[in-house]
Write a protein that binds this ligand. Structure first.
Ligand code: SER
Length: 351
């Protein structure tokens, strides 16, 4: 990871160099800002609709409370900074998006296109490629029924991409937008620039963090079960015990983002990569929770609609391309994720 300059760039521009992180207050934002700061990055600019907590603020050179849909904010960023890298983490997750699909579209698609355009304008103004990192999701896949889902096993990036959720539709479309901006943006314009954006996208599975509790997602039953047990609270799981999707711990997700960001461009054979650490059923997660928190009270009361959403997601994904192209290697399987990361960190958190 290179360290970007802290202040005025060496080209005499009076704008400060910046790595932009939107959705900075979310679960991935927390981990990413901490990791980039620990790696010596002092050019971080965090944006979130709520004020960031103090440790987050202290790790950023500047922070903004604002909405990625607000074009005035985007113009302000354009005038203030020389942006070399953008992590567009702002999103309305899958459960919340089903209550307000149009608002989700505004943020997930409208916000992303604002930032893609900002990246293209930045490249035009400072003359260098802007790296654009985008977290996508297993929600871009869509199975009509569980028979097809379980028969398919681990799916590649291009298989079964007919999402049934607004969030999945938004993410899949933004993957395409990213590819368009990177390779075909304004392809008929005489003054088009050949290379403006270096778009790189990870399709995350369900993420489980010991440090933060998720909100608004549908894979949240995994982390919620563990956090509830650690707090001594009963948990009613909203999917059937046999429900299976891939998961990953948050430190592995951050590691994957950093590795993909740092990969040499000529190593990459595609824009979008599957990553996963282990595939687990809700029952398998519950059993490990009970093993580590013997008093845990977990019951299953499937919610038909949320069940249908998770049933439409693959039981596993094939991460061969990520392994081959940029050396992705998961650190954990389910048991080691519990023993080496989740249980010690969660116990410390609630101690
Ligand atoms: N974890 C996301 C969600 O549940 C899916 O990627 O919305």
């Amino acid at each position: 990871m290179t360290t970007a300059p802290f202040s005025t760039s060496d080209r005499g521009s009076r704008r400060n160099a910046a790595t932009l992180i939107t959705g900075a207050g979310g679960e991935v934002g927390h981990g990413l800002i901490a990791a980039l700061h620990a790696a010596g990055r002092r050019d971080l600019v965090g944006i979130d609709i709520r004020e960031l907590d103090r440790p987050q603020r202290e790790r950023c050179r500047e922070t903004f409370v604002g909405d990625v849909c607000d074009t005035t904010l985007i113009e302000r960023l354009q005038s203030m900074f020389e942006i070399t890298e953008i992590h567009q983490l702002a999103a309305i997750l899958s459960t919340r998006a089903e209550f307000t699909p149009e608002a989700a579209h505004d943020v997930n698609v409208g916000g992303t296109i604002n930032l893609l355009r900002l990246a293209a304008d930045q490249a035009r103004s400072h003359g260098d490629l802007v790296k654009f990192l985008f977290p996508s999701s297993i929600a871009v896949h869509g199975f009509a029924d569980t028979e097809t889902k379980y028969a398919a096993g681990a799916v590649t990036e291009d298989e079964h991409t007919r999402p049934i959720t607004m969030y999945g539709c938004n993410k899949l479309y933004c993957e395409n937008l990213g590819r368009y901006y990177a390779h075909h943006y304004r392809q008929l314009a005489r003054d088009r620039l050949d290379h403006t954006l270096d778009f790189r996208c990870l399709r995350f599975p369900g993420l489980i963090s010991a440090e933060t509790v998720p909100s608004g997602g549908t894979s949240d039953y995994g982390p919620e079960m563990i956090h509830a047990a650690a707090e001594g609270k009963p948990y009613v799981c909203f999917v059937r015990p046999d429900t299976r999707i891939p998961f990953m711990t948050m430190p592995e997700a951050i590691d994957a983002l950093l590795k993909l960001a740092a990969a040499e461009a000529d190593q990459l054979t595609r824009c979008v990569y599957n990553v996963r650490s282990f595939s687990a059923s809700a029952q398998e997660i519950a059993e490990l929770v009970r093993e580590h928190f013997p008093g845990a009270k977990i019951t299953f009361e499937p919610d038909p609609q949320r069940q249908q959403m998770v049933d439409s997601w693959p039981a596993d994904v094939d991460d061969t391309a990520a392994r081959n192209d940029w050396g992705w290697l998961p650190k954990h399987h389910l048991r080691s994720a519990f023993e080496d990361y989740l249980v010690p960190s969660i116990k410390a958190r609630y101690a």
